[in-house]
Design a protein around this ligand. Sequence first.
Ligand SMILES: NC(=O)c1ccc[n+]([C@@H]2O[C@H](COP(=O)([O-])OP(=O)(O)OC[C@H]3O[C@@H](n4cnc5c(N)ncnc54)[C@H](O)[C@@H]3O)[C@@H](O)[C@H]2O)c1
Length: 259
Amino acid sequence: MSDRPWLRGAGVLVTGAGGGIGRATCAAFARSGATVVGADLCDEWVGAVRDSLGEAGSSLSAVVADVTDSAALAAAVAEAELRCGRLDVAVAGAGIQAVGSVEDTPEEVWRRVLDVNLTGTWLLCKHAVPALRRAGGGTILCLVSTVGLHPRADLGAYCVSKAGLAMLVRVLGREVAADGIRVVGACPTGTDTPLLWGMVDGFNDRAGGAPRPDAGLLAGKPVQRWLTAEEVAAALTWLTSPDALMVTGSNIPLDFASA
Ligand SMILES: NC(=O)c1ccc[n+]([C@@H]2O[C@H](COP(=O)([O-])OP(=O)(O)OC[C@H]3O[C@@H](n4cnc5c(N)ncnc54)[C@H](O)[C@@H]3O)[C@@H](O)[C@H]2O)c1
């Protein structure tokens, strides 16, 4: 069933599990033989993903947790340990976008983007590290972004939240390396999900002209397409493999040589 034998029997928690990358990630880990708990703001997504997995679907379950709520995340980690028997991998996938310049972004939008993308991931790390330690080590994978590594105008709060996340990966990676816990930032370029299409709409609105199918986001890129969520999920599973044991405390671009 699995060409990723190291994931057989592993316990995995994914936040943002109902989104584009989250669903594909839950599916990739479950198909590889892991027991997966997906957390999101609701659990309506889980039936469809489970059905698409056939037999492997029984190893996927859902919990409802807002990543800005520390107690809810602690409960999600405890639930994942209970259902999986142990926690080997935590994937921080919950995220929101907001198109707007640094000057124009409303204060409440700025605070919300940083709260979900940066503080929410920090809270997951805070609760997952002791569980990973109990398992004798493991991996935290954070969905950063190429725009956490390179600036993009008119995406101020999102870029800053992702840049903060990239530094969280670097700091925490150093703090927990001796415990056998790896922390890796995966930095995809534009990936075909609802979040990306919301961003495209936002850039088109801001430009005020005729809508463009890519809002100019593909301009100058050497490969003229978006990533698929499944490609990102495959990279995430590879980052948990024994072949990636030396990758920690760093942020890995998944971007077709664009940046
Ligand atoms: N799609 C892209 O182009 C792209 C590129 C680079 C990085 N990323 C990052 O990958 C991650 C997944 O993005 P996606 O493209 O699948 O987006 P998506 O919008 O499809 O999914 C995001 C999920 O996060 C959930 N979420 C939002 N706020 C939450 C909260 N407070 N608590 C719990 N869950 C919450 C949403 O309900 C949704 O299911 C995000 O962190 C995003 O920033 C996406």
